[in-house]
Design a protein around this ligand. Structure first.
Ligand SMILES: Nc1ncnc2c1ncn2[C@@H]1O[C@H](COP(=O)(O)OP(=O)(O)OP(=O)(O)O)[C@@H](O)[C@H]1O
Ligand SMILES: [Mg+2]
Length: 347
């Protein structure tokens, strides 16, 4: 006779490879059904973008099969993003707001943010995108959104594009407002408007594209938005590492957990010979992550399709879903989501 207790017993020895705790104590085992020698269990992952789902599935299966009398084992995987500890929900209904920052402008921060948001949504998470780059809100263009949000009563309804809800500082500004007038109070007001007066609904993640650097505007925003964590995007050059370090230190000072570093424009995959060409050097991001003791989330190659997709409002995950770059974004998004789960657990 196979009992539920016996199954829980063996699953107590299966660890979530990222959270380093067992599935039972993490509350991930949701249902156990035994019929004769057949066992079906439901395991709830902490994010639908979990990069380790196959590993968890196979280890769960193997563990249950060690029990005498067990024949067929079915593992159903579901997912639910964990809420931050009580009282730390950033805004009602939204589980995590993640900042994407960079040391300097032009490193591809907005491109990376957009594609990560689309990748997370594609994996089944509910996702928002907050464009708070005062120097040039570019996300609506990259997402192909050309309309203002609708108002229902006093609340703005974010337009949805490619499965992602979108808000931009650009929506709140008259067209001719120059960044010069974007000083502290105005930035603060606009951001709290985007957080409080926008009907985000229920979301697992909001990705916030911050202005580059550690200037006034970045600092105000990083303080004004209740963040679960921050990601730093950088290019591979040595000088980029130094600049990224400053941004990282800004988040550390604000006690925002660093989720990891992403290296963009890492290498060029030659379209003719498929060799990788390292235009700006390579590995700066990984080196920086080791030196600064923060996780490395992955490297995105230079790819003209990526720019083209941004220009026409169709991120590469939508335009070329089977391309190697799309696969890389899915992987990086999974790594990021995994890190959020870890922080939510230890936070
Ligand atoms: N991996 C890449 N391959 C090819 N082009 C890229 C890549 N990443 C970004 N780009 C292109 O580089 C330009 C700058 O990218 P993006 O606007 O995303 O950078 P940013 O860091 O947000 O810049 P800003 O500081 O102006 O906000 C864009 O034209 C974009 O399409
Ligand atoms: Mg940008």
């Amino acid at each position: 006779m196979i009992t539920e207790e016996a199954i829980l017993g063996v699953l107590r020895k299966v660890n979530d490879p990222e959270l380093h705790r067992d599935l039972v104590s993490l509350g991930m085992v949701k249902e156990i059904k035994v019929e004769g020698g057949s066992v079906a269990v439901t395991v709830e992952l902490t994010t639908p973008a979990c990069p380790l789902r196959e590993q968890i599935e196979s280890e769960t299966k193997a563990a249950i099969k060690t029990l005498p009398g067990v024949g067929e084992v079915t593992v159903n995987l579901t997912a639910s993003v964990r809420k931050p500890p009580a009282g730390r929900e950033p805004i009602p209904g939204v589980k995590h707001i993640l900042a994407v920052g960079s040391g300097k402008g032009g490193v591809g921060k907005s491109t990376v943010t957009v594609n990560l948001a689309v990748a997370l949504a594609e994996a089944g998470a509910s996702v928002g995108l907050l464009d708070s780059d005062i120097y040039g809100p570019s996300i609506p263009i990259m997402m192909g959104v050309h309309r203002q949000p609708e108002m229902v009563g006093k609340r703005m309804i974010p337009p949805v594009s490619h499965g992602v809800k979108l808000m931009s500082l650009g929506f709140l500004l008259p067209d001719d407002t120059s960044p010069v007038v974007w000083r502290g109070p105005m930035v603060g007001k606009a951001v709290s408007q985007m957080l409080m007066e926008v009907d985000w609904g229920e979301l697992d993640y909001i990705l916030a594209d911050l202005p580059p650097g550690t200037g006034d505007a970045s600092l105000t925003l990083a303080q004004a938005i209740p963040l679960s964590g921050a990601v730093i995007v950088m290019t591979p050059q040595e000088v980029a590492v130094q600049i990224a370090t400053k941004t990282l230190n800004m988040f550390r000072t604000l006690k925002v957990p660093i989720l990891g570093i992403i290296e963009n424009m890492s290498y060029l995959l030659c379209p003719h010979c498929e060799q990788s060409v390292e235009l700006f050097g390579h590995g700066g991001g990984r080196k920086a992550s080791q030196r600064l003791e923060v996780p490395f989330l992955g490297e995105i190659p230079l790819d003209p399709e990526l720019r083209r997709g941004g220009d026409v409002g169709r991120p590469i995950l939508i335009e070329k879903p089977d391309s190697p770059v799309a696969a890389i974004f899915r992987q990086v998004a999974g790594n990021l989501a995994g890190r959020v789960s870890v922080e939510a657990l230890i936070g």
